[in-house]
Each structure stands twice: as structure tokens, then as C-alpha cells.
Write a protein that binds this ligand. Structure first.
Ligand code: PEP
Ligand code: MN
Length: 345
């Protein structure tokens, strides 16, 4: 729309688009409004719209994903979670155990990651395990523990949902809903989180191309939930010495294709705590907007993913190692001035 277009004029164009069989999505950019008009490919391209009052130009988006595309929104989006902005200058740090195991375990780790500077606490209450005989999570009890950890520490909560029937419940207990790698193409789940009024962390599938990942995100935006954060968590390659291969190139590549923020998960990609620091540094250098890191005070006793979990001390060291890299690319890592609180732990 033209910069000077009035609200009423914008509305009229949206109405016209609906009459033509399109679903309009209003995107407020800097100084101007873009209307993303999404329709099935059989709907004819609306050439005549250019004559309507307030319309500046009509641009066909050739990519199979539309609303997530940089073509629709040139400026990077920030996802707001309370007072936290993901996609701004400061790197978002989400940290915590793989799974919620007990209230004591969760609160201990929450206090440590909070003191180190993390803004978001992670922890699965519903776990997507490769084996049906592995620990599957504490479910509702786990969600309640996450709630208590939020109350005590003020940390935001990110936790995974596994099926559409539980989206409402998980949304009630979390600040960010996680869609795991194994569910990246669970389209009914994507549509359901698209209808939830909560930010969504969408992990890249283990064998998904960047385009497939963006189309998965498109399902969520198409339901009018624009609060999506992408997470590169490693893909399957022929390499077996690491759990997966963190696709560093996917970070700048995805960011050139979409306006959505992109974060990285150095733990699930490598499977080893030893690689978490160098991979985090590389991810930030490549433009990542945040990190998702597994932390456990007793990794040797963790019910899942112990070998890739950092102890609180290692997590503190990892965060300090990020500052020079972040600074070099014009970013900052969260303030961990309260480090003294974690000394001697
Ligand atoms: C997780 O974050 O705990 C998890 C299961 O990750 P992914 O879906 O990337 O394997
Ligand atoms: Mn895990």
C-alpha cells in the first residue's frame, strides 16, 4: 500500500481481495502496510488491483511460501515474549534440561541458568522419544513444574507439544510452544499452533530442506500467527561422529529467504557438550538470533540427552565465550553480571 494510505482504504482493498477469493494478511512494515494476499494457485493473479485507491504495487511472490518470505517483509521480524525481543540486537538464550524430571531438578537448573543470564527456560514435559520404552516426560505434572519455575525465577518457558489435542493445554502453561524436529511436517499440529495466541519455536526437521522448513512455518502464519522463531537443530548427513550436522549455512541462507528470526541448537545437532561452545560461536557469527542449550546440574543422571547437556559452570563459560563473537557482528549476549551467584557450584 502507499505510505499515505488510510486505514479505511486498506480495509477496502482487503475486502476486495476477499471477494476475489484471497485471504488477506496485514503486515505492518516500517512506514507502510503490506497486504499478503494468499490464495490457491487456481485463483487468477489480480492484475486489476493496481488501480484501487491506496495501492502502490502488486507483486507476485513466486516462492511456495509467501507470508514468511522476505519478499513480503524486507525488515527482519522480532518476536516479542513479554519483555524479551527475539530477533533484535541481543542474542536470546534459552536453556534448561532436555526433560522436566522433578520439581527439584527443574528449579535447581532454572536458578542456575537464570543467574548465568538466560532469558528462557527450556524443558520437555512431553518428550518425542525415538524408542517407546524411553522416558516419555511428566506431561501435565511437568507443565505445572515449569509454571512454578517461571513464578520463582521470572524466566519465560519454552516447551514442546506433540499433538494437536494438547496445544491449548501446553499454550496455557508456556510462553513459547516448541514444535520438535520430528513434527516439523505434522501439518495438523502446525495449523493448531497457528491458531494459538502464543509464539512458536519451529525446529527444522532432521531431513528437511530449508524450503520445506519455511513452508512448515507458512502453515503457522497462514493461520495468522506471525510469532514464529525458526531453530536450526542439525540435519542428518553421512557423518556419524556427531549426532547430526549443524547446518551453519542454513542460518544466513534462511535469514535471506525469510524475515523470521532464526536461532540455533548446538546440543541436539552435535550430541556432545564439548561442541556446544564452538557451535554456538559459529552460529552467532553466522547471524543466529538466539541459542537453545541443554543444561543439567547432574548430566550423568539425566533421563535423556545427558552427554549433550552442559553443567551450570560450563554453561556460564560458554556464555562468556560468546561476547567477543557477538560484539564482532554487532550483537550482544544477555548480561550475566550476576555470575558470582553461580561461583563454586
Ligand atoms: C528437544 O529440544 O528436546 C528435542 C527433542 O529436540 P529435536 O526436536 O530438535 O530433536
Ligand atoms: Mn534433548
Amino acid at each position: 500500500m502507499q505510505k499515505a494510505a488510510e486505514k479505511e482504504t486498506i480495509k477496502d482493498v482487503e475486502m476486495k481481495l476477499m471477494e476475489m477469493g484471497f485471504a488477506p494478511h496485514r503486515i505492518e512494515g516500517t512506514g507502510r502496510v503490506v497486504i499478503g494476499a494468499v490464495g490457491e494457485s487456481k485463483v487468477v493473479f489480480p492484475t486489476g488491483l493496481e488501480v484501487l485507491p491506496g495501492v502502490e504495487k502488486v507483486v507476485p511472490i513466486s516462492a511456495p511460501y509467501k507470508l514468511v518470505s522476505r519478499e513480503v517483509k524486507e525488515k527482519g521480524s522480532e518476536v516479542t515474549v513479554g519483555d524479551l525481543k527475539i530477533g533484535g540486537t541481543e542474542i536470546a538464550v534459552m536453556a534448561g534440561p532436555c526433560a522436566v524430571e522433578s520439581e527439584e531438578q527443574l528449579l535447581t537448573i532454572a536458578r542456575h541458568v537464570k543467574a548465568a543470564g538466560a532469558q528462557v527456560l527450556r524443558g520437555g514435559a512431553y518428550k518425542p522419544r525415538s524408542s517407546p520404552y524411553s522416558f516419555q516426560g511428566l506431561e501435565l505434572d511437568g507443565l505445572k513444574m515449569l509454571n512454578r519455575a517461571r513464578e520463582e525465577t521470572g524466566l519465560k518457558i519454552v516447551t514442546e507439544v506433540l499433538n494437536p489435542q494438547e496445544v491449548e493445554l501446553v499454550a496455557d502453561y508456556s510462553d513459547i510452544i516448541q514444535i520438535g524436529a520430528r513434527n516439523m511436517q505434522n501439518f495438523s499440529l502446525l495449523r493448531e499452533v497457528g491458531r494459538a495466541n502464543k509464539p512458536v519455536l519451529l525446529k527444522r526437521g532432521l531431513a528437511a530442506t530449508i524450503e520445506e522448513w519455511l513452508m512448515a512455518a507458512e502453515y503457522i502464519l497462514a493461520e495468522d500467527n506471525f510469532q514464529v522463531i525458526l531453530c536450526e537443530r542439525g540435519i542428518r548427513t553421512f557423518e556419524t561422529s556427531t549426532r547430526s550436522t549443524l547446518d551453519i549455512s542454513a542460518i544466513p541462507q534462511a535469514k535471506s529467504m525469510t524475515h523470521l528470526p532464526v536461532i540455533a541448537d548446538p546440543c541436539h545437532s552435535s550430541g556432545s557438550w564439548r561442541l556446544a561452545a564452538p557451535l554456538s560461536q559459529a552460529a552467532i557469527a553466522a547471524g543466529a538470533d538466539g541459542l537453545l542449550i541443554e543444561v543439567h546440574h547432574k548430566p550423568e543422571e539425566a533421563l535423556c540427552d545427558g552427554p549433550q547437556s552442559l553443567t551450570p559452570e560450563k554453561f556460564v563459560r560458554l556464555l562468556s565465550s560468546l561476547s567477543p563473537v557477538a560484539e564482532a557482528v554487532g550483537r550482544s549476549v544477555p548480561n550475566n553480571s550476576s555470575l558470582s551467584m553461580t561461583k563454586g557450584l
